[in-house]
Design a protein. Sequence first.
Length: 111
Amino acid sequence: MSRKWLFVLVAVVGAITAFLSREFGLSPTFGPAAAGLVAVVVYIFNEAKADLRRIKAQAGKFKDPKFLITLISAIVAALGSSGVNLPVSPEVIIAVLTAIVGVLFKVPKPA
């Protein structure tokens, strides 16, 4: 079980417990919930700092054409699903961009 799923499990158990305590007239205390929330927030911020260090180490990957074309595909999909009228169908644009990415993955990198 990954760390993310463990936090999801704890959140679900906490939500069920809060719901049942309200339904049965119990008065939940704020202290333990706040302490648990602080612990989770500290963990998330430290993981975010570690992720930022890993991203900085891979900064060159943001200039990769495959990444940029895939990012454009995601933006086109978001625009198309939000009702923005594009000159060409979003499905056609995404299909062409996906084909380009497929070709780029098959082209060997220069040494």
